[in-house]
Write a new protein. Structure first.
Length: 140
């Protein structure tokens, strides 16, 4: 599952912005066969007095933490392309709005992840395809 934590100043995003941003993020992963319900996006509003960059208050900073559990890329070139792609997806919601943004991606081992008490099916398996079609976890 990809889990995205988006820390942003209060009132940076409208409800529609959040829906659009989350839909754009979800599309990244469903394009590669992941079930849509794997993708979780959490928006965290941060008061301007709670974010400091270089020791100084910052009211225009967006910090994104992306945690990947379902897929990992072992090749450095592919990781770089993926990171650049993620930056491009975030651009309309950050750079293009003159917000200071940075992000990083963490990989969590698959054997430390469960959904609804179930181990996720193997990548590309019939069970994973069934989960994607049903858009929910179910015994397999």
């Amino acid at each position: 599952m990809p889990l995205w934590h988006i820390y942003h100043p209060v009132d940076t995003y409208t409800e529609q912005d959040k829906q659009d941003f989350a839909a754009d993020i979800t599309e990244i992963y469903t394009r590669f066969g992941l079930p849509a319900f794997y993708v979780i996006v959490q928006f965290h509003e941060m008061p301007g007095t709670s974010v400091f960059v270089g020791g100084k208050p910052s009211g225009d900073t967006v910090r994104v933490v992306v945690k990947h559990l379902a897929r990992h890329l072992d090749d450095a070139g592919r990781r770089k392309r993926m990171t650049e792609h993620l930056d491009g997806v975030m651009r309309p919601y950050t750079h293009d709005r003159d917000l200071h943004m940075e992000f990083h991606v963490e990989d969590t081992p698959r054997d430390q992840w469960m959904i609804a008490g179930l181990w996720p099916p193997d990548e590309g398996s019939d069970a994973e395809k069934a989960w994607a079609q049903a858009n929910r976890a179910m015994p397999y």
